[in-house]
Design a protein around this ligand. Structure first.
Ligand code: NDP
Length: 284
């Protein structure tokens, strides 16, 4: 049976590290602040925003929340971002995605000052991730790397397979695995022989958005299996992209859903907020 990777425990360690850093910065007169913008009333987004606020409180980070109605106009949203870009109390700005129809996500992301872009979605930060010289870590992929490291498995030379090629998860995930010296394959909906490719993975990361997609026969015995997927089922329960019952019998290590990758995404966001405050203060 696989060892269950405890995302809550690893994220608590990261948040403790962040809290210590925040306290140290405070002693030197530097405050860390995160602004979260939520447009519309998507229930999942509301939960994420609440969790981010709680994490800020736990780390000693000032947090400001902006809830705007779903019919907010692009000009209003841009005006708010401009205001936050100029606000010295705010080190990081996050606009919760997806945005309601009619709002241009790309334009919103592009408007956030790169040194306040704690989601690392801005073109400038994406480019830096590609080069490997970054101020901000892509939140979910960086959290995954911490989880893999927590197993003690060395990524060097290992076959790592990422299912999913989104800009938010799949692509930056592949890049971070590459930075950690893994041999990386990215799979997507047009991939042929997906099962065989996955079954050869020492490290398998699923970021698809389809419940129970990865079955036991797609897993190499002893592999590290990371389930990024969050799928809400009809009974209200959350389910990952990996069939957990089948996978845990074959994998060496596996993340649960919930309690795996999710808490790590938020912990990295806290780290990025501190990094933003330092960047703006000219530290490091
Ligand atoms: P996207 O929908 O943007 O991307 C899904 C990817 O899966 C696409 O690249 C798609 O391929 C691929 N895919 C879909 N069907 C198949 C298939 N049959 N075979 C192989 N590949 C397939 O999703 P995200 O990357 O934004 O998110 C993925 C999941 O992770 C979601 O469940 C989301 O909720 C979750 N998530 C969790 C986070 C966390 O903190 N735990 C954070 C962010 C996301 P193609 O490009 O060809 O269409």
């Amino acid at each position: 049976m696989a060892v269950i990777i405890d995302g809550k425990a690893v994220s608590a360690e990261v948040k403790q590290r962040v809290a210590n850093e925040v306290a140290e910065l405070k002693e030197n007169g530097i405050e860390c602040g995160l602004a979260v913008i939520l447009v519309g009333d998507d229930p999942a987004s509301q939960v994420y925003v609440r969790n981010k606020k709680r994490a800020c409180e736990a780390c000693g980070i000032y947090s400001a929340e902006y809830r705007l109605p779903a019919d907010t106009k692009m000009e209003e949203l841009i005006a708010l971002i401009d205001e936050l870009n100029a606000d010295e109390k705010i080190s990081g700005i996050l606009c919760q995605l997806p945005l309601p129809k009619g709002l241009d996500e790309e334009a919103v992301i592009a408007r956030i000052r790169p040194d306040k872009d704690v989601d690392a979605f801005n073109e400038a930060n994406v480019g830096k991730i590609m080069i490997g010289n970054y101020s901000f870590l892509p939140c979910t992929p960086a959290g995954v790397i911490e989880l893999i490291k927590s197993t003690g498995v060395d990524m060097t030379g290992k076959n790592a397979v990422v299912i999913g090629r989104s800009n938010i998860v799949g692509k930056p995930m592949a890049m971070l695995l590459l930075h950690n010296n893994a041999t990386v394959t990215i799979c997507h909906s047009k991939t042929q022989n997906l099962k065989e490719i996955c079954a050869n993975a020492d490290i398998l990361v699923a970021a698809i958005g389809r419940p129970n997609f990865v079955t036991g026969d797609m897993i190499k015995p002893g592999a590290v299996v990371i389930d990024v997927g969050i799928n809400r089922m009809d009974d209200g329960k959350l389910c990952g992209d990996v069939n957990f019952e089948e996978a845990e019998k074959i994998a060496g290590y596996i993340t649960p859903v919930p309690g795996g990758v999710g808490p790590m995404t938020i912990a990295t966001l806290m780290q990025n907020t501190v990094n933003a405050a330092k960047l703006q203060a000219g530290i490091k």
